[in-house]
Write a protein that binds this ligand. Structure first.
Ligand SMILES: [Zn+2]
Ligand SMILES: [Zn+2]
Length: 186
């Protein structure tokens, strides 16, 4: 039996709604769970760290959990702002392992801009979609995968992110649906 509830995508600050709809479709396809887009909640000012001039992803996860709709199976925050986790200088995203919430940022995924059009450089949406599936994979209990083609493989940089595919390898996919069926995550 598939899990009950929806995956919600929550824009945090400016983000192209068409891009978010593309991400929502990709997520829905990978997890086979209805995915809904919520209204923009605005920049995550509550998580701003003036010393680091970055946004604390732990605080964003906490807020997403507190404000999750009652029928949310998972909540994914998407932002343009630069995220950090206290032990890392920056993160592409962060997830509550086997939990409810994840957040991703396009900030570090832009890479070197070519021709000045930063927001809509073709690989950005592709990278963001992979990062969305990857972090949501963690919320379902999936760990990093040693198959470098798999969306659950660990990306050290955007080049690694470009190399892998946006889909689960067969082992991760089997595990994902095994966990979704209610089997315990070790
Ligand atoms: Zn990861
Ligand atoms: Zn895998």
């Amino acid at each position: 039996m598939p899990p009950v509830g929806f995956i919600y995508i929550v824009p945090l600050g400016c983000h192209d709604m068409n891009d978010l709809e593309t991400i929502a479709l990709g997520v829905e396809e990978q997890f086979e769970i209805e995915t809904r887009l919520l209204e923009n909640k605005g920049p995550p000012d509550f998580a701003y760290d003036p010393l680091r001039t970055q946004y604390n992803s732990n605080l964003i996860l906490k807020r997403l959990l507190e404000t999750a709709p009652p029928d949310a199976l998972k909540v994914l925050g998407v932002t343009d702002f630069d995220l950090f986790s206290p032990i890392f200088s920056y993160v592409f995203g962060e997830a509550q392992f086997n939990g409810k919430c994840a957040v991703i940022s396009s900030f570090r995924l832009r890479g070197v801009p070519e021709g000045g059009e930063r927001l809509h450089c073709p690989p950005l949406l592709d990278r963001l979609e992979k990062e969305a599936v990857h972090e949501l994979g963690h919320t379902f209990g999936l760990r990093h995968c040693s198959d470098s083609d798999c969306v659950m493989s660990y990306s050290k940089g955007v080049q690694c992110a470009d190399r892998k595919f946006g889909v689960f390898c067969s082992a991760c996919r089997d595990l994902l649906f095994w966990y979704m069926a209610g089997n315990p995550v070790p």
